[in-house]
Ligand binder design. Sequence first.
Ligand code: 13P
Length: 338
Amino acid sequence: MDSQRLVKTAQALVAQGKGILAADESSGTIKRRFDSINVESTEENRRNYREMLFRTAGVEEFISGVILFDETIRQNGADGTRMVNVLSDRGIIPGIKVDTGTIPLPEAPDELVTEGLDGLRNRLKEYEELGAGFTKWRAVISISDSTPTSYGLNANAHALARFAALSQEAGLVPIVEPEVLRDGDHDIDRCFEVTEDTLREVFDQLAQQKVLLEGMLLKPSMVISGGSAAKRAGPEEVAERTIACFKRALPASVPGVVFLSGGEPDDSVTSNLNALNQQADGANAPWELSFSFGRSLQGAPLAAWAGKAENTEAAALAFYTRARLTGAARLGKYVPED
Ligand code: 13P
């Protein structure tokens, strides 16, 4: 394992004021996003949309890396430049989603497990040759009266750790994503409890499978109230509870946390990230607290683009604005704008 290379990449991804754009929507997910703006999900439309994001002037000030889907890492832009080079020429590190999605966990009603380990060693070697610097694997944990079970947590954590170990072997920084879904009307205490259990199981498996903590990043959800909870906790409480939870279960040697946005409204998730960074020093949080947002960085530009070439400039401006505001929250300096 090339520890020095892994540590350097992990640190670059969570550099001050910067975070990650998740643009790794699978074929099904990008189709749903395009359906929402009445645009057909063709290879050309996907390329045009993503190329607009990647070429947006100035976003390299706020974006350290971009997570790609398999199609994009092999794709060329409109002028023939490889999409990977569009990013790396501006100092943005290309990454790749390597899981192949979720299936129902056997004998576990309402729980999912993530697939993609078969043949992963060879795929990672190819992705490294194609220019990736890091990888991502998403596990999904749902909160209900009966979930998660210890079986569900264990199965998902085991797969996350196998993925992480194989990534590091290939010289790629693993982004370990145990997403605790926001769906449900549970309160923030229940989210705290499930997040703590999840992180304990994940870091137990990472240790057993000899993953170098200094050469990985964690992509968690924030500790928040359920999306349909009657009373939802505000940013100060979210930040306090998230840091308190992580202090119990997240080793200090992990260099950074890159939160997902999870379908939380833009202003709410940006305010939460801002409060986290405002509280980090006072609370002696040892990790960088950054972002790896999909929806919260892309919702506004996707709507502005609407599949029309003449909207490219407006869409790029919408993306730049979301990146700038999220970058400000990364520094604890977010001021909401209209
Ligand atoms: P969201 O920020 O939209 O939750 O997406 C992040 C991601 O990459 C989920 O795997």
